[in-house]
Design a protein around this ligand. Sequence first.
Ligand code: AMP
Length: 212
Amino acid sequence: MSAPRQIVFLGPPGAGKGTQAKRLSHHFGLGVCSTGSLLRCEEQRDSPLAHEIHAYLKDGNFVPDALMLRMISTWLTDQGAEFVLDGFPRTLAQGKALDAFLEETGRSQAVAIWLDVTTSEVESRVSHREVCDRCGNVWPRDEAPKQCPDCQGPTGPRADDSVELFRSRLAEYEAKTLPLLPYYRQDHRLHEICGRGSPDEVFRRILTALDS
Ligand code: AMP
């Protein structure tokens, strides 16, 4: 049986969702959407929507499901039947809405990859990382280039990686995202992947799990 090509990534902030989602999308030649990047990009505009998004992101809170669903369904509608999602769904309501959307549009149900990383590990990663503003590439701070080698975007710390905002984001994850694990597990759509180690090691675990 071929590996599933409708894949969503779950995990706490700093687990490596973005890095692994990008790798998987290159590996299989699939479109990838990071909802965090989508929101940060929209937030740059001068519009009522940008102000609304900013009000949530500045405090490390999730944006409301209805807003997120509007944005992701536009992306999914433009996309083929196969995709990788980084950071969506993040709530049970989003998970159920995604299933309903895929069913209505005649597509296969998604499988979820949960990157399991301890709180102390993600806290340390987030406080020592820099990212590319434009494409979201991530480096440990002492290895970060001044300019992203892939897209030439500027690099630096992410505003919401401050200790305070990281803690809010983690609290949101624990309260709202963790309930998705039993939801995907109950019908055998959850791959629980140890997120410790190098990106290469984690990626190998993901490919092995998807092949099984
Ligand atoms: P990320 O880049 O995935 O860490 O996302 C950055 C921030 O965007 C998160 O901390 C949330 O505030 C918001 N966000 C991203 N994806 C979602 C989502 N699916 N639902 C609600 N808020 C989201």
